[in-house]
Design a protein around this ligand. Sequence first.
Ligand code: AP5
Ligand code: MG
Length: 217
Amino acid sequence: MRIVLLGAPGAGKGTLCKRLVARYGLLHLSSGDILRRHRAEGTDLGKKAQSFMDSGALVPDQIVVEMMAAAIEETSAADFVLDGFPRTVNQAIELDKRLATSGHSISAVLNLKIADQVVAERMTGRRSCPRCGAVYHIKNLKPKVDGVCDSDGVALIQRPDDSPEVVANRLKTYHEQTEPLVDYYGNNCTVLDIDGGRDPGEVSAAVFEQLDALVGA
Ligand code: AP5
Ligand code: MG
């Protein structure tokens, strides 16, 4: 299964991906996590991406397409979930072309829908593990020990792009540049609309039901 996960900032893409990985054994490829790793390691790519990410804009298509094509190629896994990529119609066209060269295509697109008003509350309460990328929330999804990752015991951090001003910009960017992908995929792929406003267990249960039906499990 090759899944594309679409959704606004804070829709719950990362949270859902952890559950998709656990259930279907998919490889989780998050463009945001890979970009943050480049920044932490101080690579040229990370330096180029920095100002775009900090302002809530998109990193230029060419940089992200090459980075994600390499990530897909590096793995021999046939099954993956793409989280945060593609994010523009151009990126989607490039992805389709590159998958086609190896005889592959996207199996389904999950469109995680959420109201803009819910996003702000989720973002201010989010805490992330800088090592493994696990995502928590100070009210909705608490770690077992306050401020510490359940998986690896590392101190949780707040993402610098979760300030209210940057979140507002990320939402604007999403509506202008990423939402048109729903129509793009609607024309050539199965798009499953998911209500992301429910609690995380309900969201993943709804997704599993639809994906199980799709793969005939
Ligand atoms: P990226 O890291 O992809 O950020 P994003 O799309 O803005 O999404 P988030 O990671 O903020 O939210 P999420 O949907 O994963 O929600 P989460 O599960 O964490 O991208 C960052 C930046 O990198 C971009 O702004 C851009 O600059 C650049 N970039 C990345 N990809 C790019 C691309 N393809 N092209 C160009 N530039 C790119 O959940 C949020 C919070 O809510 C958490 O605290 C969680 O615990 C809580 N929560 C989750 N689900 C629920 C629920 N159902 N109920 C209650 N709380 C919930
Ligand atoms: Mg995320």
